[in-house]
Design a binder for this molecule. Structure first.
Ligand code: ADP
Ligand code: MG
Length: 344
């Protein structure tokens, strides 16, 4: 009789539980490994400063669709999403490596476009491309970017630093990137059914730009440095506000409330959500890919953030037993829902 082999589906665990499961038996062996798995970036002690490292993998058909993502934008975005993780540690990105798996579908000219985007991001964020790897793929395009940055030990912001009473803040506005994707998907479907019809993208420049050409908030990090403010915790908003609030709560052993009325959503994002019959706050809480920053500051630093450009105070850190909640405009309190599995 053959022994039954145990099989657990990826869906049964979900992304975060899977990472925890696979990486649980890797105790750090080097003193220089200050922070391993579990934050926006790993932190390595280099004596005078800390090196901060983050990697992301983008897969055709999962993270992007060649039908509507221009290669130049893709190159730019692949870099930016990694830099965002470095800024989320309150550190400065300095170098990147870029690795590709390519199918023969791509021409040299197409890859030049991709690298034009990588170069534009390197110029804008002042980072150096210092290496990578290139291999072939049977199925499509894969891009992996690793970003390496620098920070000072006492100025890094981890997910785990929030305390009860800290003020919860966000940069910029949310929901746009998700709605940009909805518009691009809609126009793709129309095009597939009626190939002659031109896509109707006019009037949606901001929202589509948020999806195709996101920026990382280096300017927020600069403002913090100028104001001598070190966020007690910070994370970039890549998977929607709800998920990121819960990451901070879990890592810090606290709860938090978010005031629905204080979450920044631009009027055009709000209106587009309604046009799609979506609740705007749901787009902000669960949408993802906005690459804004979520941070907490000590209550005595509230005056510093109040006068900062493009930063909103959206809630407060509370006791763990009170959980992570949304205080709605109507006066109700709902538990924040983390987004489930997206990519499997
Ligand atoms: P982010 O959304 O900020 O990029 P992730 O949710 O992708 O962060 O990752 C959370 C943590 O898990 C990070 O510390 C990351 O380095 C780590 N991680 C993700 N996938 C793996 C893996 N396959 N093996 C080891 N560590 C991983
Ligand atoms: Mg992150």
């Amino acid at each position: 009789m053959s022994e039954q082999v145990k099989r657990t589906e990826l869906n049964d665990l979900g992304e975060f539980a899977l990472i925890d499961h696979l990486t649980r038996d890797f105790p750090l062996q080097n003193k220089s490994s200050v922070k391993g798995i579990g934050d926006d970036a790993a932190v390595i002690n280099n004596g005078n400063f800390q090196t901060v490292v983050s990697t992301d993998l983008l897969v055709e058909g999962i993270h992007f669709d060649m039908a509507y993502v221009p290669l130049k934008h893709l190159g730019y975005k692949a870099v930016v999403v990694n830099l965002s993780d470095i800024y989320a540690m309150n550190a400065q990105p300095k170098q990147i490596t870029v690795s590709l798996a390519l199918s023969s579908r791509f021409s040299v000219e197409a890859l030049e476009e991709l690298y034009a985007g990588v170069r534009q991001a390197c110029d804008y964020y002042k980072v150096d491309l210092v290496g990578g790897d290139t291999t072939s793929s049977l199925t499509g395009l894969l891009i992996s970017v690793t970003a390496i940055g620098q920070g000072e030990a006492d100025k890094l912001s981890y997910r785990s630093g929030a305390s009860v009473g800290d003020i919860l803040c966000m940069t910029g506005d949310l929901g746009g990137a998700y709605l940009g994707l909805q518009i691009l998907e809609r126009e793709k479907q129309i095009f597939l059914e009626h190939p002659g019809v031109q896509p109707e993208l006019k009037g949606h420049d901001y929202i589509i730009g948020r999806q195709l050409k996101p920026e990382a908030r280096y300017d927020a990090i600069e403002q913090f440095a100028k104001a001598e403010l070190v966020p007690t915790s910070m994370i970039d908003i890549s998977d929607g506000l709800a998920s990121e609030v819960m990451h901070i709560c879990k890592a810090s052993g606290v709860g938090a409330y978010v005031e629905e009325g204080h979450v920044m959503i631009k009027p055009e994002v709000f209106q587009t959500a309604l046009d799609f019959r979506l609740d705007p706050i749901t787009c902000a809480l669960s949408g993802g890919e906005d690459y804004e920053l979520l941070l907490t500051v000590k209550p005595e630093d509230i005056e510093k953030v109040r006068f900062m450009n493009d930063i909103a105070i959206i809630g407060e850190i509370v006791d763990a037993k009170d959980g992570a909640t949304l205080h709605t405009k109507g006066g109700n309190i709902h538990p924040l829902q983390a987004q489930g599995w997206k990519h499997f």
